[in-house]
Design a binder for this molecule. Structure first.
Ligand SMILES: NC(=O)c1ccc[n+]([C@@H]2O[C@H](COP(=O)([O-])OP(=O)(O)OC[C@H]3O[C@@H](n4cnc5c(N)ncnc54)[C@H](OP(=O)(O)O)[C@@H]3O)[C@@H](O)[C@H]2O)c1
Length: 242
């Protein structure tokens, strides 16, 4: 029986994955920081849920303990993240530290807390980095550094927890979401960003959900670990035409 915990379940990608996994028949534990959004999603999907602030280690530990009550954890998805865009002149030490903590440290602590149960459940972990982990964009100092850290965390822990636990990363380009909303509210800007992608559009949460569900499933992805998969309209590796 699958027992998958999704951190950031009320985000665009987290909630799309939750709906996909539910449709596939998985048993879910949803973790998020917004009580009303979380309880409404949990009642839609008939899932257990718990409040979790990623900046608080005890709160991460608490929801993992609760998820374990449903049996060994077979999947852990860290769909929490941020986009901090600040030019170098404005960036502070706290910006670097908080961005790193939310995207890397907290994810690492969640995996640590769940590791024994994940081993028992032959579990799969999925993290999200970004196209900006490996490609330079202006004003991305803190978030690029943190998302590169996510990829480093994944390969290190995938090695340490092999062969019992698989850990993979999806690296998105800009996709419709709460965090991307300010960047996409200007139509001209949104069109310009879409055109910078060889596939000529911005992403949406559904671009990630089926692949994420596959990576949770040992039958369909049991020989994939330590991988970073670009889901980015071609932005990281292809040039646009003309
Ligand atoms: N969307 C993009 O363009 C894009 C690009 C590259 C990488 N990514 C990565 O993809 C992943 C999924 O993001 P998304 O696209 O679904 O964006 P989203 O809709 O903004 O979701 C982000 C999630 O992070 C949660 N969160 C932020 N700070 C938190 C905290 N302190 N405690 C608990 N939860 C916290 C948010 O909670 P609330 O729901 O309460 O706000 C939300 O659920 C993230 O790792 C993101 O960095 C996204």
């Amino acid at each position: 029986m699958e027992n998958i915990i999704i951190f950031g379940a009320t985000g665009a990608i987290g909630s799309a994955i939750a709906r996909q996994l539910k449709a596939d028949g998985a048993s879910l534990y949803l973790a998020g920081r917004n009580e009303s959004e979380l309880s409404s999603l949990a009642s839609e999907l008939g899932a257990d849920h718990g409040i979790c602030d990623a900046m608080d280690e005890n709160s991460i530990a608490h929801v993992i303990e609760k998820a374990k009550e449903n049996g060994p954890i077979t999947g852990l998805i860290w769909a929490i993240g941020s986009i901090l865009l600040k030019p170098l002149g404005k960036i502070t030490g706290d910006d670097f530290q908080n961005t790193f903590y939310l995207n890397v440290t907290a994810a690492g602590l969640a995996i640590k807390q769940a590791a024994e149960s994940l081993r028992e459940g032959k579990g799969s972990v999925l993290l999200f980095s970004s196209v900006a982990a490996t490609q330079g964009f202006t004003a991305h100092g803190a978030i690029s550094a943190a998302k590169a850290g996510v990829e480093g965390l994944a390969v290190a822990l995938a090695t340490e927890l092999a062969p019992d636990v698989r850990i993979n990363v999806i690296a998105p380009s800009l996709s419709q979401s709460k965090m991307a909303a300010p960047l996409l509210s200007n139509e001209m800007m949104a069109k310009g960003i879409a055109q910078a992608h060889p596939l000529r559009r911005i992403g949406n949460a559904q671009d990630f959900a089926p692949l994420s569900a596959m990576l949770m499933d040992n039958q369909r992805s049991g020989w994939i670990t330590g991988a970073v998969i670009n889901v980015d309209g071609g932005r990281s590796s292809l040039r646009t035409k003309g």
